[in-house]
Write a new protein. Sequence first.
Length: 296
Amino acid sequence: MTNAIPMDVIIGVDTHKNAHAAAASSGAGVHLATTTVPASSKGYGALEAWAKSMGAIQAFGIEGTGSYGAGLSRFLRERGHTVVEVNRPNRQLRYQQGNSDAVDAESAARAVLAGQAAGQPKSGTGAVEMIRHLKIARDTAVKARTQAMQTLKAIIVCSPDALREQLDQVRGKMTLLRRLAALRPGPLISTLASVKASLRAIARRWLLLDAEIKQHDAHLETLTAARAPELLKAHGMASGTAAEMLLLVGDNPERIHSEAAFAKLCGACPIPASSGKTGTASTVEATGRPMPPSVE
């Protein structure tokens, strides 16, 4: 009696915060089975063991590799499996077919099988991931600092006349902020005391956020210089812009196969387009002939 040849299978995974739903499909597109595992290291191991029991694993198609599926994607890639990034089903399909984790997982597997999903996810294990973490912290701090300044200006405009006139005489943003941070409101028995307490708290918050942002900038400059020193040498290229470009590429730039693919990824790729009786230069370039003149 001869041994059966293991069947190639593709595993689609619909990811969520607490649990992941997986579906196995054969290379011929036949649905085999579904399962649900916890979103944890133990659950990832159970999913891998279940997938191996289905046959020879060709690939895992995972939704949300940059969010809920990031941990599972890293786990499987570290064990040598092929992981494909799958876009989540559009809302129109969900309205037509219903919303089910098992159905979404099966759709992910079929997207890989049909070649509709072929993107390699970001590895998220190197210096670029470190830059992303710090960039998130910096950007949120910048937003909070801006809000604090706007709030300070609004409170000063509506503050009692005596205090507002004193503050109007202060020149320089940092001088004003330090002046506000040093206010002594005293007992809260009047509106003057309450507005001083408010201005002092917000000014101190702004100063703390400013110091935090400077610290993030120093760390980002060190990381970007170590990761892409030639990029920082370009004219007008600061560490913030370099960090954005590195985040776009990720820790595994081999996933971008050409300059054209990079242009498409960052939204700089010219797309031939025409609508009705109008045509563009890109249409002429793509077709090799001009659009016919419109007939009114």
